[in-house]
Design a protein around this ligand. Sequence first.
Ligand SMILES: *[C@@H]1O[C@H](CO)[C@@H](O)[C@H](O)[C@H]1NC(C)=O
Ligand SMILES: *[C@@H]1O[C@H](CO)[C@@H](O)[C@H](O)[C@H]1NC(C)=O
Length: 225
Amino acid sequence: MLIRHRLNSRIFFRFLIWWIFFSCFSGLISSAVVTLDSIEIFNKHEWILNPTVYFVCKGENRTVLPDVTKTGFVYSFKGEESWQPLTKLESKKCKRCGFYEKDTIKSDDVYDEWEFCASDFKASDGKYILFKEKELNVTFRCPECTTLPAVASNTAPKKNDDVDRMHVAVVILISVLISTVTIIALVVAYKCWQKKKRQQDQARFLKLFEEGDEIEDELGLDNVI
Ligand SMILES: *[C@@H]1O[C@H](CO)[C@@H](O)[C@H](O)[C@H]1NC(C)=O
Ligand SMILES: *[C@@H]1O[C@H](CO)[C@@H](O)[C@H](O)[C@H]1NC(C)=O
C-alpha cells in the first residue's frame, strides 16, 4: 500500500516538475525568428563593382546577402539559406535595423533604416513588406511574431505582461507549497510506517519468547510429519 503510494507520489512529482518547467518556459518565450522572404533593390550606389548588400540590426552581426547584385530583380528565398535567419524580434521591443550597401571609399550607403517590430507582422500570413521608393522592396517572414504574447493581444500589452508575470509567480508559489506539503506528508507517513512495523516486530518477538515451548512442540510435530 505504502509502496504504491510512494510510486504514485514519484509519478506525481515528475509530472509536477514538467508542468512547472513548461508553464515557466511558455511564459518566457518572447522572441521570434525573422527570415528574409524576398528582396528587390531598385538602386545601387556602387557603379563599377557589383554591390554588396547587407542587413544589420544595431548591436548585432551584419548579414551579407551574397546573391543580391542586380537591380530590378526579385530575389526570393526559402528561409533555409546559410545566412538565415536574419534576426530575432522580441514581443515588446523594436530593433533599429537597416539595409546597406558596402562602399569601398565613403561610408556605407543606406537603403533604408527603420524600427523593426514584431507587431509589424500581419497575423494572416506572418509577413511584413518594407517598401521604400527608388531604394528597395523587401518581404520578411515571421509566423511566430504574430503569436508572441504581447503581439497577440496588443490592445493592452503592458497589463497583460504584468498578469503573465503574476501568473508565473502564483504557479511557482503553489507548486512549492504542494511539493513541501507532499514531502512532509511522505516523510510522516514513512516514519509512522517504520514505527508501526517496529512495534509489530517487537510484539511478534515477545510472542515468540512466551510461546516458545508450544512452537517447539509444533515444530517437532511438523518434522515428524
Ligand atoms: C557575431 O560574430 C562573431 C564572430 O563571427 C561571433 O563570435 C558572435 O557570436 C556573433 N554574435 C552574434 C550575436 O551572432
Ligand atoms: C514588393 O514585393 C512583393 C513581393 O515580391 C510584391 O508582392 C509587391 O507587389 C512589391 N511591391 C512593390 C511596390 O513593388
